[in-house]
Design a protein around this ligand. Structure first.
Ligand SMILES: Nc1ncnc2c1ncn2[C@@H]1O[C@H](COP(=O)(O)OP(=O)(O)O)[C@@H](O)[C@H]1O
Ligand SMILES: O=C(OP(=O)(O)O)[C@H](O)COP(=O)(O)O
Length: 399
């Protein structure tokens, strides 16, 4: 991939950087700033080189128009603290405010454009719409650096289309991620175990088909579980369920058996009366989730089962918390899996934890990051790399 060095002397040049600042928020408080910290090497390097740095990023999944709860204002403030300079936030993506903020930049200064997903063209399926936004973004800059690893699997205007319009390069985070993950993509040491959880179920069920040709064991937890339990004919109460994926999951289960891949499902579930930190809850067998309750964590028996399935693994990839770890009552499954991975890593396994929330969970639960071989800022992106897909946001940066 092209590197920042290939862009030549950047003093006085406007450099558009795509970062992934999709951080967890509690109101306007950032609860984990890992993704902002991960962006600092590239941003500092560009600023130190005298570039005028214009950062574009998304936060959450707003519906294609401005929505204050998804404003990047908290990110601009935190980024400013970490960089040791004020970071101006444009009020729009490519409008008057963006142009005036960019025009006001001095060499070495960093500014942030408002949430790029406030513009519906960013995520449009229509090439012409995305390209139009990409042209507007490109007008704000002389070069483009792609450094939002967590979003390089998205064919979106600020990730994919803009790279064709400006001299473009991969940032240091993207290079580091691809290099670290390559150890699991090229000839992983076996047994190779993949742990999947989280809440982006429809996005991530799709990776399973390819993983069934790569991994030896698939451990399923988090919001993923219920589509599997439904595929086995069990009722899942009001748990997260992708009803239209149940047939596909039946196919995965059959394929796994054919390929000799072990799919490990939880045997017990912590079922709650509602989605709340203090919701009444109890541990139930996974095949007997009572109507009117929702599974918010894997149970203790499953935590031990999963840790056991990780103990002898030599390569481990984990994306997606095992439960709603943000609430103490539903964090035990995620803790058990994290501990299992730390123990396996100490015994010689190569381990990758990927995803904004998974990485945040590891830190929030007090684990030392050094206990894992690589903590990736991308969940979906790292999974798609591991399944062997070509990622649009990386393909456009190829030399
Ligand atoms: N059983 C569950 N029901 C609902 N949400 C869940 C469940 N298990 C995990 N989650 C949620 O999944 C979210 C993270 O999912 P995801 O975005 O897919 O992970 P990552 O950001 O690590 O890629 C967390 O906020 C967590 O609360
Ligand atoms: O949080 C992200 O991905 P992840 O949850 O898979 O780690 C990225 O910012 C991508 O966000 P998106 O899945 O809304 O495109």
């Amino acid at each position: 991939m092209k590197t920042i060095d290939s862009l030549g002397d950047l003093r006085g040049k406007r450099v558009l950087v795509r970062s992934d600042f999709n951080v967890p928020l509690d109101g306007t408080t950032i609860t984990d700033d890992g993704r902002i910290r991960a962006a600092l090497p590239t941003l500092s390097r560009l600023a130190d080189a005298g570039a005028r740095v214009v950062v574009t990023a998304h936060l959450g999944r707003p519906k294609g128009s401005p929505d204050p709860q998804y404003s990047l204002a908290p990110v601009a403030a935190r980024l400013g603290e970490l960089l040791g300079q004020d970071v101006a936030l444009a009020e729009d993506v490519t409008g008057d405010s963006a142009r005036s903020v960019v025009d006001g930049l001095a060499d070495g200064q960093v500014a942030l454009l408002e949430n790029v997903r406030f513009d519906a063209r960013e995520t449009s399926k229509a090439d012409a719409e995305r390209e139009e936004l990409a042209r507007e973004l490109a007008e704000l800059a002389d070069a483009f650096v792609s450094d939002g690893f967590g979003v390089v699997h998205r064919k979106q205007a600020s990730v994919y289309d803009v790279a064709a319009l400006l001299p473009a390069a991969a940032g240091d985070l993207v290079l580091k991620e691809v290099e670290s993950l390559s150890r699991a993509t090229t000839d992983p040491e076996r047994p190779y175990a993949v742990v999947l959880g989280g809440s982006k179920v429809s996005d991530k069920l799709g990776v399973i088909e390819n993983l069934l040709t790569k991994a030896d064991r698939l451990l399923i937890g988090g919001g993923m579980v219920f589509t599997f339990l439904a595929a086995q004919g069990h009722s899942v109460g009001s748990s997260l369920l992708e009803a239209d994926q149940v047939e596909a999951v039946k196919g995965y289960l059959a394929q796994a058996e054919q390929n000799g891949v072990e799919i490990v499902l939880p045997t017990d579930i912590v079922a709650a009366d509602s989605f709340a930190a203090d919701a009444p809850h109890r541990t139930v067998p996974a095949d007997a989730i009572p109507d009117g309750t929702m599974g918010l964590d894997i149970g203790p028996e499953s935590g031990a089962l999963f840790a056991g399935k990780l103990a002898d693994a030599k390569t481990i990839a984990w994306n997606g918390p095992m439960g709603v770890f943000e609430f103490d009552a539903f964090a035990a499954g995620t803790r058990a899996v994290a501990q299992g991975i730390v123990d396996a890593t100490a015994a010689g396994a190569f381990s990758i934890v990927g995803g904004g929330d998974s990485a945040a969970a590891v830190r929030a639960l007090g684990f030392d990051e050094a206990g894992f071989s690589h903590i990736s800022t991308g969940g979906g992106a790292s999974l798609e790399l591991l399944e062997g897909k070509e990622l649009p946001g990386l393909a456009v940066l190829e030399d």
